[in-house]
Write a protein that binds this ligand. Structure first.
Ligand SMILES: [Zn+2]
Length: 185
């Protein structure tokens, strides 16, 4: 059984980034739930979400949850924001000192997501590294995705589009499917 922990960034009193009528916490939960739903179509995959509604959950609680559950992989879902309204696109993060399995996971995940969303946006900001809590304090393969910019009009229009969110989620799902070699039910 492959255990996949999906962290819907922010929540409750922490809205995350806001802009163009969007709150990051709402969209991260939508994406996380879509990934969970899609993964139900695969054998030997167990999914746990860091939150299932609009709850306040600290970063420490999130990584404690993933660690004590014994997750095989952690996916942390976020939206981006910038003081420049021009900034847009997708980027993924891993911990700078991550092992080769996480490097491989980021390669696969990033490629699968770009493939699914490239009919909507071709703005690929690339594979990044950062010393984020979710990546540093989790004991398993981990990646954090920054799914477009709420501060950009074009990106935020996409983030309001159900079809786009389905593709975005499918990219995350396919990344897990390819990485673990999951079989369809
Ligand atoms: Zn965030």
């Amino acid at each position: 059984m492959v255990k996949i922990f999906i962290d819907a960034g922010h929540g409750g009193s922490d809205t995350g980034a806001t802009g163009n009528g969007l709150q990051e916490k709402d969209v991260t939960l939508q994406i996380a739930r879509k990934i969970e739903e899609q993964l139900k179509g695969y054998e030997n995959a167990e999914v746990k979400l860091s939150r299932t509604d609009d709850q306040t959950v600290s970063l420490q609680q999130r990584t404690d949850m993933a660690n004590s559950w014994g997750a095989d992989v952690l996916l942390s879902i976020h939206l981006n924001s910038s003081s420049s309204s021009e900034a847009r696109g997708f980027e993924s993060y891993r911990y700078p000192n991550a092992g080769s399995r996480t490097v491989q996971f980021q390669d696969i995940l990033h490629a699968e997501i770009m493939e699914r969303i490239d009919n909507f946006t071709d703005d690929n900001r690339g594979k990044q590294q950062a010393n984020f809590h979710m990546l540093r304090e989790s004991n398993m393969t981990a990646c954090l995705t920054e799914n477009l910019f709420v501060s950009n009009k074009q990106d935020s229009d996409l983030l309001k589009d159900e079809n786009f969110l389905n593709e975005l989620a499918a990219g995350h799902t396919n990344g897990c499917v390819r990485f673990f070699g999951l079989k369809k039910k």
